[in-house]
Design a protein around this ligand. Structure first.
Ligand SMILES: Cc1ncc(COP(=O)(O)O)c(C=O)c1O
Length: 450
């Protein structure tokens, strides 16, 4: 590590105070399966797939070989003049596994590019289908759709937005579903899904002829919280969007490609969006890769004669890059040929059972929620009343520190801790991770009581 000590603070990492990070930096050098190693020889279990990304595990030989083979042929194809076989193979595969009715894909390089593209596509779609005044985008408080200005405007995380405000105009926010702590003080199902109905009322109040799209993460996990909607929330939202002519966008950058035990969250929740944003696990982290999947009825509006000028007016230099696409083809092939979606479902049940077992022993675990291999716990001061810890206590961060000391990386917010291991994970590896979490919760509990 010594070799890099001086340079570490000069590299600005995501959302990090570099002065603090430099005191005990993590510099990863090697990865195999669920395990990572750092320059100073420490080993970690990656229970978060990097950041919801290493879907087929680290050091996957088939993906490495596919990228090497592509490099031998072509590393970059001129995007203003043409495409390449890897991009076409990936598109073919994507259309095969996509939610029903998807007729086109736009290949991109990162999640923020995908959500930006989805919102631009929605606005252009309305403009060329007789509704030129539809421009507003409805997002949700606490949602995260990326770090670029448009994506940040659609997101609803106060802390991530504050330094850059004022952000884009035409973005509105509603409260997300949060049954454990309902913002409307109601109980599911007698609530009648107020959280979904309010989106309908917001569209009405704004005038449907001005609203282009609603963007939601089917399951949302960010520093603002871990939101799992009630089972019929998204199907009701689908009806509301259909009734008001508003496009429905899913940000499946975390939930796509098997994470929930189905290829996409639309299958898990039984409601298909008009545009699906993908990223992260799509390339397993082997190359920057993202996409939007476009339902045929939306895609059709973008075909015409050259003079019609209706093509999607959007592009990025690295969209459809051959290396990234070769990685995407190889990762998707791994997911399909090893039934990693089925594995996510089965291992997810095992993980859930382990967390529930722990909840029976630790009073500070108020709720266990999630789907497939995205499972987490909400931390409370008093389980009976669901009273949260006081603002400064940050029990999730105490668990994160204790877990890191024990060689476990997971996703923690102030009041939650969550797992999202590679889809290749085994039950034995889950037992290893949850045993480390168990010890970390015990340590955090002692720290919080002190
Ligand atoms: C749900 C969601 N959407 C969008 C993004 C942005 O993706 P990227 O960081 O690749 O731009 C993220 C990143 O964490 C995300 O979790």
């Amino acid at each position: 590590m010594k070799r890099y000590d001086n340079i570490v603070p000069s590299l600005f990492l995501d959302f990090m105070q570099m002065q603090e990070f430099a005191k005990d930096p993590l510099v990863f050098t090697e990865g195999a399966g669920i395990r990572l190693k750092t320059t100073d020889g420490h080993a970690f279990i990656d229970a978060l797939s990097g950041v919801f990304t290493a879907s087929v595990g680290h050091g996957n030989r088939a993906v490495i070989a596919a990228i090497g083979a592509q490099l031998e042929h072509l590393a970059f194809a001129p995007p203003l003049h043409g495409t390449n076989p890897a991009a076409l193979q990936l598109t073919e595969l994507l259309l095969r596994v996509a939610p029903p009715g998807v007729g086109a894909a736009k290949l991109l390089s990162g999640g923020s590019e995908a959500t930006e593209a989805a919102m631009k596509l929605a606005r252009q779609f309305h403009r060329q289908t007789g509704a030129p005044h539809r421009y507003k985008i409805i997002g949700r408080y606490g949602g995260y759709h990326g770090g670029t200005m448009g994506a940040l405007s659609a997101g609803g995380g106060r802390e991530r937005k504050a330094p850059f405000e004022p952000l884009g105009t035409g973005f509105l926010h509603v409260h997300p579903p949060y049954c454990y702590r309902c913002p409307f003080d109601q109980l599911y199902p007698s609530c009648g899904r107020t959280c979904a109905e309010l989106i309908g009322r917001t569209i009405e109040a704004e005038d449907p002829q001005t609203v282009a799209a609603v963007i939601v993460e089917p399951i949302s996990i960010s520093s603002a919280g871990f939101v799992v909607p009630p089972p019929d929330y998204l199907s009701r939202l689908r009806q509301i969007c259909d009734q008001s002519g508003v496009l429905m966008i899913y940000d499946e950058i975390i939930t796509g490609f098997g994470r929930l035990g189905t290829m996409f969250a639309s299958e898990h929740f039984g409601a298909v969006p008009d545009i699906t944003c993908c990223g992260k696990g799509m390339s397993g982290g082997y190359a920057p890769l993202a996409a939007i999947l476009i339902r045929d009825r939306v895609a059709r509006a973008f075909y015409g004669e050259a003079d019609d000028n209706v093509q999607f007016h959007h592009g990025h230099t690295f969209g459809g890059n051959p290396i990234a696409c070769a990685a995407g083809v190889a990762v998707l092939t791994e997911i399909l040929s090893h039934d990693l979606v089925g594995n996510a479902r089965a291992r997810g049940e095992h993980l859930r059972a382990r967390l529930e077992e722990m909840a029976a022993r630790y009073d500070l675990i108020g709720d266990v929620r999630g789907a497939g291999l995205l499972q987490g716990i909400e931390l409370v001061r008093d389980r009976a009343t669901r009273a949260p810890f006081p603002r400064g206590a940050r029990p999730g961060k105490a668990i994160e520190r204790a877990a890191r000391e024990r060689g476990l990386l997971l996703r923690c917010g102030d009041n939650f801790a969550a797992f999202a291991p590679p889809l290749t994970v085994s039950d034995a590896e889950i037992d290893e991770m949850t045993a480390l979490l168990d010890a970390s919760i015990a340590a955090a509990q002692r720290e919080l009581a002190a």
